[in-house]
Design a protein around this ligand. Structure first.
Ligand code: AMP
Length: 207
């Protein structure tokens, strides 16, 4: 490795060399991504950016984006890349994400992952790690049905849950291989108490 490459790999002042700062949280619906994302982002001191939360806020506020996204969300389908990528691009230029970000629910397709790579490289950064929360299907379905009762989310009915699972398997699961090929995938069991899973995620990120 030449000295220029060594220099390029040296973290900027103030950044921890050991802990990843631009992180993607992957995992099927019900794996606990949202719960873990909030805690892990707080522990790492980086903003938590959830595309699902941003879409839901737009639906609540009845914005144009919310109106365009709602029917897809209600059916458990992915919102088209054109809308999603533009929304993420706008969010990632925010000054608060300059030092790092924890992405929850994005990317969800290989196409989105490629766009994310381009957005970050335009800012001279890159994805540092993709953490996949691994939970078996039976546990996922029972968690989602419980959440439907607790939170009353419109996309937590059984038909929509099944569709979201199918969409995940078809569109999003391939991202594990995508990030594994790039040496960025860290798999963590999503079963156990919230604090245990958080500890495992943090440990995987500081490896
Ligand atoms: P979530 O809260 O991450 O489960 O997202 C809720 C819904 O928002 C999803 O079922 C999709 O309809 C939509 N959504 C969230 N993130 C994305 C994304 N990256 N690409 C497309 N649709 C998304």
């Amino acid at each position: 490795m030449g000295s220029a490459a060594v220099e390029a790999a040296t973290p900027a002042r103030g950044e921890s060399p050991a802990t990843a700062k631009r992180i993607i949280l992957l995992g099927p619906p019900g794996a606990g991504k949202g719960t873990q994302a909030v805690v892990v982002a707080a522990r790492l001191g980086v903003p938590h950016v959830s595309t699902g939360d941003i879409f839901r806020a737009n639906v609540c506020g009845n914005t144009e984006l919310g109106q365009q996204a709602k029917s897809y969300m209600d059916a458990g389908e992915l919102v088209p890349d054109s809308l999603t990528n533009a929304m993420v691009a706008a969010r990632l230029v925010g000054p608060d994400v300059a030092g790092g970000v924890l992405l929850d629910g994005f990317p969800r397709t290989v196409e989105q992952a490629a766009v994310l790579g381009e957005l970050l490289s335009a800012a001279s950064t890159q994805v540092d790690a993709a953490v996949e929360l691994v939970v078996d299907t039976d546990e996922l379905v029972s968690r989602l049905l419980r959440r439907a009762v607790d939170q009353g989310r419109a996309d937590d009915t059984e038909t929509v849950i099944r569709n979201r699972m199918d969409v995940y398997r078809r569109e999003t699961a391939p991202l594990a291989a995508y990030y594994r090929e790039r040496g960025l995938l860290r798999q963590v069991s999503g079963i156990g108490r919230v604090e245990q899973v958080t500890a495992a995620v943090l440990a995987a990120l500081s490896d």
